[in-house]
Design a protein around this ligand. Sequence first.
Ligand code: GRF
Length: 233
Amino acid sequence: MQTNNQCRLFNGMKQKINLGVLVSGSGSNLQAIIDNIEKGLLDAEIKVIISNNADAYALVRAKKHNIPFVIIKHSDFEDRESFERKMIDVLKSFSVDLVVMAGFMRLLSPVFLNAFPMSIMNIHPAILPAFPGVHAQKRAADYGVRFSGCTVHFADEGVDSGPIIIQAIVPAYDDDTEDSLAARILKEEHRIYPQAIQFYAEGRIEVIGRKVRIKGSERIPEKPLHNPSLTTF
Ligand code: GRF
């Protein structure tokens, strides 16, 4: 992927973009994207959904909303490259501009990354670079963090390691379980993923090395959060 020391300035022009969404499971992030498109808040169209899991509930959602979907099982291919080449063919045949990984449980090789330079997003249920990989919410809750959250980032060859586009923070409480923390995080995932895609559609994402700048976004207030609240200081 074009990240290291390369600058890619997007065009600042708002345009409707074609999405290809990759899923493996429940597809609640897919649903948030569909809902925001249907509300007219997201300048995008989902051209195709690809699942590597024939039983993914995301496919029920695809059918309900009449969105074309294709099942491509990685286990049917000899190696990762041929699996990815099949996905690339499908995505290109639907003229996809932006690939959106929404709970897609496979790592991508340079074959796939180079086919969509700086145009593959992923969402992760933690404040990266903390807790990359699977079971992030459980590991954060077990670690005893006071805050967690979620991250939308561009994909690269690593595990949840590409340039960060947007993050949301939620508090974590002493009595949190994996499920209670995951539910709090998921609510924010459903807000930041559509927003990141809309930034892309608006041509506002600039990537310099690993840093992402959203052109025209307001600087957030310099207001620290504390958990627990400070009582004396
Ligand atoms: C989300 O927590 C996402 O951050 C992670 O996988 C989960 C997918 O959930 N990458 P869903 O399939 O969108 O409901």
